[in-house]
Design a protein around this ligand. Sequence first.
Ligand code: 3PG
Length: 310
Amino acid sequence: MTKKILVATEKPFAKEAIDLMKGVVAKHSGYKLELLENYTDAAQLKDAVKDADALIVRSDKATKEVLEAGKNLKIVVRAGAGYDNIDLAAATACNIVAMNTPGQNSNAVAELSIGMMIMSARNNYNGKSGTEIKGKSLGIYGLGNIGKLTAQYAKAFGMTVNVYVRNYEKYKADIEELGLNYCDSVAKLFETSQYVSLCIPASAETKASVNYDLLSKMPKGACLVNTARKELIDEEGLKKVMAERSDFRYASDVAPDCAAELKEKYGDRVFFTPKKLGAQTEEANINAGVAAVKQIIRFFDKGDVTFKVN
Ligand code: 3PG
């Protein structure tokens, strides 16, 4: 029986990516690719997943209800890095393998992070004189694929790059190779970095952890760049620091809940993308989309569970 791979994306992949994904499927017998793009209601996803054997999502919510609706579902792949949108416990309970495609869209996100830093340094290009990022300090919070690339690019711009990771031993070689200054606490990272880029996943531990205590420690001319998840920020703490410090700026790929208030009060000290854009490049879509299809085919044909996260 032909296996149905459902690509369910509220925010569709670039056409070029879909064409290449279809090309991979066409080279393997026994698979078909179906698209559910721009859907607006979870009910549409639940309906489309009913007869799917595999599901590919982006930030789409693979909830317990969605996973349970997929009666034939054996695998769900998050075409991207963060899998906080998949109910992993439900996936495991339903015997569904959950995977991500680590590294495939990292370059796009790292480029956006550098871009947002420059944009913020130039007052969101509003015509007023700005500053340069050369010679400034950047704190990278988390050193996964995105953190490493952001650090590398920031070095090329002449920034001093600090880093905090929970597990120093695991990243020791990377920190040395990239020539980064290791901070042994999150507080130290924020204290010593004019710019901070968040490169950590959203988890029970990290949600709302970027709070007033940390933000208020940042040096003069502080700029927080968030290409990770809005949930990392304690918004009350952010609002407090924005109110107390006229030198504090916030740039985020995806608006916080308090976006309208911040925009109204602080204008070009803040910048928010209209929807999550970090991975919204043709290249990132191709890399992550094609990787997701290949992982699914390897899973069914060979039992390969590399990149399983549950
Ligand atoms: C990720 O976790 O891979 C990024 O946040 C990209 O998310 P997106 O695929 O929804 O753009």
